[in-house]
Design a protein around this ligand. Structure first.
Ligand code: SAM
Length: 245
């Protein structure tokens, strides 16, 4: 059977396209893209004329089996998302699972990723971390989600949109306590920016600097100084006896 390549694309700066990504996209039989219009622009820029099909959240039930069939018939397929690594807060994981189950070889073509880029510039510990994806929108689900990561000792990365971040930060303050965070936006782009401070300081900072662009929020893990508490106090009762504010 053919090979499924998971090909990273830039997260804002076209120069982050790798030589191998370009060659792979040229050489495969088919490129499966989250948004074919978006990917078409990238392919045009790099003079790649490979056949393009769509694979996204809403057609993956139909498109996935079709791609598996083509792989089993010997086609090579490159999966790309709109930005960064496919299958990271983007479609792809289901296709990889199905391909792997059938013994189809799955090959990474690594490159840009927003979460890891933010982590390495954060100044927070990098030896252990948790990538948590997008927080839920609904307040109750958001609080539960935050409670579920409150004990993580490693640094936490999450993705957030500009119109949600002013709601997410107060919830984080309430459930996680006033930890140090880094808000990284427009990474690799002209207006790249990283705001560092406690959650309280960052909330104040956002009042002066209206949120623009998509964010990675990097949060310090739970330490003796940064233990959280939820509204009902449940997170406060941490076994090692660290007092909470
Ligand atoms: N697959 C991508 C990756 O590997 O990073 C992530 C896709 S996810 C749908 C998009 C989210 O990633 C955005 O909402 C934002 O939180 C984050 N993101 C993507 N590009 C970014 C950038 N240039 N600067 C900051 N955050 C970015």
């Amino acid at each position: 059977s053919g090979t499924l390549y998971l090909v990273a694309t830039p997260i804002g700066n076209l120069e982050d396209m790798t030589f191998r990504a370009i060659r792979t996209l040229r050489e495969v039989d088919i490129i499966a893209a989250e948004d074919t219009r978006q990917t078409r622009k990238l392919l045009t820029h790099f003079e790649i004329s490979t056949r393009l099909v769509s694979y996204h959240e809403h057609n993956k039930r139909a498109s996935g089996p079709e791609l598996i069939r083509l792989l089993e018939e010997g086609s090579s397929i490159a999966l790309v998302s709109d930005a960064g690594l496919p299958a990271i807060s983007d479609p792809g994981a289901d296709l990889v699972r199905d391909a792997a189950e059938r013994g189809i070889s799955v090959v990474p073509v690594p490159g840009a990723n927003a979460a890891l880029s933010a982590l390495i510039i954060s100044g927070l510990p990098t030896e252990r971390f948790l990538f948590a994806g997008f927080p839920p929108r609904q307040r109750k689900a958001l609080n539960e989600w935050l409670a579920s990561i409150a004990y993580e000792q490693g640094t936490i990365m999450m993705y957030e949109s500009p119109h949600r971040i002013t709601k997410t930060l107060p919830a984080m303050l309430e459930v996680l306590g006033d930890r140090r965070i880094v808000m990284a936006r427009e990474l690799t782009k002209r207006h790249e920016e990283a705001a560092r401070g406690t959650i309280t300081e960052c909330i104040a900072w956002l009042e002066e600097h209206p949120p623009l662009g998509e964010y990675v929020i990097v949060v310090e893990g739970r330490t003796a100084q940064a233990s959280g508490h939820s509204a009902d106090g449940s997170i406060a009762d941490i076994a090692d006896g660290v007092p909470n504010g």
